[in-house]
Design a protein around this ligand. Structure first.
Ligand SMILES: [Zn+2]
Length: 218
């Protein structure tokens, strides 16, 4: 029986590496798959992992229809045994519903990989729908670490080095700014406590060097 699998973890937990490994393992067994991604850090239509591996992929825009794509491919005579879906947090809830339909109606396995929550600590729309629909949910075992050494469970966004907890959910490159040069956007994984206190590694270093006491209670 085909299943909808959801592999999740913070940034840096090796999701894209596992996505590529999953594709490799199935391809080795003679199975035929399709690889999808959205907003990958390496650019459009590429699945890249932090370890340096990359693979061509189909870019999932907001209007992409998985059901139509698979049905059209099968009708044209192609064989598809499984789908590898990276950056699935960026897919729309409708697209996740299409993936579930592909599993149920066409008996094609779907392996989705994505971050659970965004820099505001809210669930991504795509991930929320995956939690609701997946047959199996797996939390990745490679643990990303906060600068303090605790398990990093939260994703932080910084703009020009300052942590922010509001803004557009999807920002991959630098951000356009109406006043002044574009803000340099970066991401960092933190434990919950340090996410709550907005204490990034850079700010923790600055605080350690300054005579000011740590900002408790914030
Ligand atoms: Zn921490």
């Amino acid at each position: 029986m085909a299943e909808l699998h959801f592999f999740t973890g913070t940034m840096d937990s090796g999701k894209s590496t596992l996505a590529l490994q999953t594709n490799h393992n199935h391809a080795q067994r003679g199975r035929v798959g399709r690889i999808f991604t959205a907003h990958d850090r390496a650019g459009e239509a590429i699945l890249s992992s932090r370890l340096g591996l990359t693979h061509d992929a189909i870019e999932v825009g907001p209007d992409f229809d998985f059901w139509r794509y698979v049905v059209d491919s099968l009708t044209a005579g192609a064989r598809i045994d499984y789908l590898v879906c990276d950056e699935a947090q960026f897919y729309t809830p409708d697209q996740i519903d299409q993936l579930a339909k592909v599993v149920d109606e066409l008996q094609i396995d779907v392996f989705a990989f994505g971050i659970l929550s965004d820099f505001r600590t809210r669930l991504f729309a795509g991930s929320a729908r995956l939690v609701e629909l997946a047959d199996r949910m797996n939390v990745l075992q490679v643990e990303a670490l906060c600068w303090c050494g605790k398990r990093a469970t939260h994703n932080a966004r910084t703009e020009d080095g300052v942590m922010v907890v509001e803004g557009e959910v999807i920002v991959v490159g630098d951000m356009e700014s109406t006043d002044g040069p574009p803000a340099e956007v970066a991401y960092e994984v933190l434990c919950r406590q340090h996410h709550r206190r907005r204490l990034t590694a850079a700010r923790a270093r600055a605080v350690a060097l300054s005579p000011e006491p740590l900002p408790f209670g914030s």
